[in-house]
Design a protein around this ligand. Sequence first.
Ligand code: ATP
Ligand code: MG
Length: 204
Amino acid sequence: MGGTFDPIHNGHLVAGSEVAHRFGLDEVIFVPTGRPWQKEGPRAGADPGRVTPAEHRYLMAVIATASNPGFTVSRVDIDREGVTYTVDTLRDLRREYPDDELFFITGADALESILTWQNWEELFELAHFIGVSRPGYALDATHLAEHLATKPPHALQMMEIPALAISSTDCRERAGHGRPVWYLVPDGVVQYISKHGLYRKEST
Ligand code: ATP
Ligand code: MG
């Protein structure tokens, strides 16, 4: 499951759990993005255009997934130089898991840009795609239909995640205003955010 995870929250974890159950996956690997090409630069306070340093996002993902034996976190994107593209993520994971069937899970919103901007033909050779939708973010699949017409029927599947209106943006805003993020993110992530003063308005 790819994402910025700034910070990882219970919506991401529920999505991973639901998809794993529905598709019978052995393992869900959370892959924090390095420098997302959509959102570059260090995050200043709760500035929506900036992203928190990768090491913090990686460690929060590790803390959030530590108790689940079926969840792991991969550094492939944060250890690779430059901007993150999904095709590189999948090539790296394919090398690491040469004999496994890969499913790339991401939000319907992210999927639209991945499939319309990147080498989408190769993407489908590397993995099945699972688009998860959260309340208020239905995928407009009409413009993907022509790409998909020539692809295997299970190249891209959508799955609705039970109504969890949680977003990282909201978590950052809450943390920035000193409002609680308890129960929106795992307890250890609440404590990590506070320990490092992440998302505080006055910090740069
Ligand atoms: P931001 O508000 O900064 O965009 P986010 O909450 O969307 O953050 P991302 O790191 O962008 O978090 O999430 C990775 C993927 O997980 C996204 O493509 C997103 O659509 C999906 N996702 C995020 N929150 C939920 C949720 N509550 N339920 C289902 N999917 C979600
Ligand atoms: Mg998002």
